[in-house]
Design a protein around this ligand. Sequence first.
Ligand code: SF4
Length: 244
Amino acid sequence: MDVVEIQTKSALVRSGIPGVNFVINPYLGCGHGCRYCYAVFMRKYSRLHANAAWGSFVEAKVNIVDVLRAELAKKRHAGAAMLSSVCDPYQPAELRYRLTRGCLEALREFGWRIEILTRSPLVMRDVDVLKTSIGASVGFSIPTDDDRVRRILEPNSPPIGSRIATLKKLREAGVETWAFIGPILPMNPKALHDMVAPHVSSVIISALNYRSQVAGVFKTHGWGYALGNDYQKGTRAELKRLFG
Ligand code: SF4
């Protein structure tokens, strides 16, 4: 993994995501290296890794907390911010850099609502900040119940069981939790429902969008059926029925 430190000029990026005003991405690139990742286009913003394989590099925006504090100080009203939209805020580099934690502390100080989307149990490290923020919530991406599928399509991401266990701990700590089932991967919808449902208050379901990006790997592993509209629509309908 090629990890480099960079400077950023901005922290808050206006967002069209429902329920949040801005997104914050402390890293350019993502060590989880999901094969289906929608954020690969971010390479074009890198001076160092424009042609590097997605998942092989991370650029840490080491001044982002200072930049964020300056931006928050200029806002007339507190809003809601999500970490993150084009990287995982708790990817392995966060263990060393603590940029996500710094951003959370700044958001809490200025009274902003925090929304997290991650695949990593490392979020538990910051439960003290989340518990003392106004209306913080944590979403976990859990696009399959099958760890064999996870290992192939999300090669560096934490096991599914560890995500479920972390949702449970967060909920027990009084933090609101939700799940993002997307993109829809090969799965057993009933098994996924039974794992996730006890530990979340809501679920967002999203189809597989960039199918040509993963067509080869899906077919190699016998999952070609999951690329079709019938599977995507059928699985979505089944999940909606199960989750009510
Ligand atoms: S965790 Fe998210 S941003 Fe990171 S590689 Fe996977 S899909 Fe992309």
